[in-house]
Design a protein around this ligand. Structure first.
Ligand SMILES: [Zn+2]
Length: 309
């Protein structure tokens, strides 16, 4: 576990296709000061828009997680957020020259490689974590998501699809950077061939292709080369969950149990947590835990206001 915050050592740039717009979009990840968190900039509109990666800025969770302010939004941030978590980056400025983060190969692996190229810079501030103190759960339409206290970040996820290729898959593990890069980061997003055709007819998923998603036909995977893991589907759901939970503004210490959840429910759990200040606490890692006393000053907001200044 890291005791200090980290940012990237130098700016790094990637170019890729936006899944929904089908347009080529460039992305630059740059160093940011300690305690500034992850912050996105929409640089293709004038004046540019600064959007902190905080749950309160989530404006849409239908196909992906979209954040925004009055005049600008950035969609599909979850795989990059998961990669930033997996690479142990607390602070970074993400410049996106378009309406969505490029899809790359549909997983977090290209972003992890990019962050590896950037290098990791230790900062002179202790790392903060959101430590869960009380169980919190949400559920909708037979889907559920719950979190309970634990000294580590642990995820168990179960999915169930009425399709022979997926059916029921379960994944359960402690989440660490090493585990993330080995077992989760490469898992790609997926869609059903019939749905992909429908989305394209409606002007959505225009950039979607076999290069950036696993496409599932009636009986088999359409992509040459098949799957990267036999349970790639549930692993990708874990990736999404990790990225969405990072919108709390700091890594979580808690045990998460998900059943068929997606971006909407992930965001609902984060909102539910933030509305219950007694259910969690911000702790700093300075070698030993410093847990503020009960009844003391609860830090309700994890992200400092300074990034908006
Ligand atoms: Zn995803």
């Amino acid at each position: 576990m890291d005791h200090y915050q980290h940012t990237v050592k130098k700016p790094v740039r990637a170019v890729g296709i936006g899944l929904h717009s089908g347009k080529e979009i460039s992305l630059t990840i740059s160093p940011a000061p300690a305690d500034s968190g992850i912050c996105f900039v929409r640089s293709d509109i004038n004046p540019t828009r600064l959007i902190p990666a905080e749950a309160k800025h989530v404006v849409d969770t239908r196909f992906a997680t979209t954040i925004g302010t009055e005049n600008g939004t950035i969609a599909t941030i979850e795989h990059l957020m998961a990669a930033l978590f997996g690479a142990g980056i607390d602070n970074a400025l993400i410049d996106v020259h378009g309406p969505e983060v490029p899809a790359m190969d549909g997983s977090a692996a290209p972003f992890l490689r990019l962050l590896e190229n950037a290098g990791r810079q230790k900062q002179n501030s202790s790392r903060k974590y959101v430590k869960i103190l009380e169980p919190v759960s949400v559920s909708r339409d037979g889907k559920s998501l719950a979190i309970q206290p634990d000294n580590r970040f642990h995820v168990s996820f179960e999915i169930e699809f009425d399709h022979p290729l997926i059916a029921r898959q379960r994944f359960s593990s402690k989440v660490t950077p090493r585990m993330f890069s080995r077992r989760i980061g490469r898992a790609r997003t997926f869609g059903f061939l019939k749905e992909v055709e429908m989305l394209k007819k409606n002007g959505l998923a225009l950039g979607g292709s076999l290069d950036n998603a696993v496409v599932i036909g009636d009986t088999d995977v359409v992509n040459d080369g098949g799957l990267r893991f036999s349970d790639e589907f549930v692993r990708h759901k874990v990736l999404d969950l990790i990225g969405d939970l990072y919108l709390l503004g700091a890594p979580v210490l808690g045990r998460v149990k998900a059943f068929k959840s997606g971006h909407f429910l992930h965001h609902l759990l984060v909102q539910e947590l933030l509305s219950r200040p007694y259910a969690w606490e911000v702790v700093e890692s300075t070698g030993t835990w410093r847990v503020p006393a009960w009844g003391g000053s609860h830090e309700r907001r994890v992200m400092p206001a300074a990034v908006n200044a």
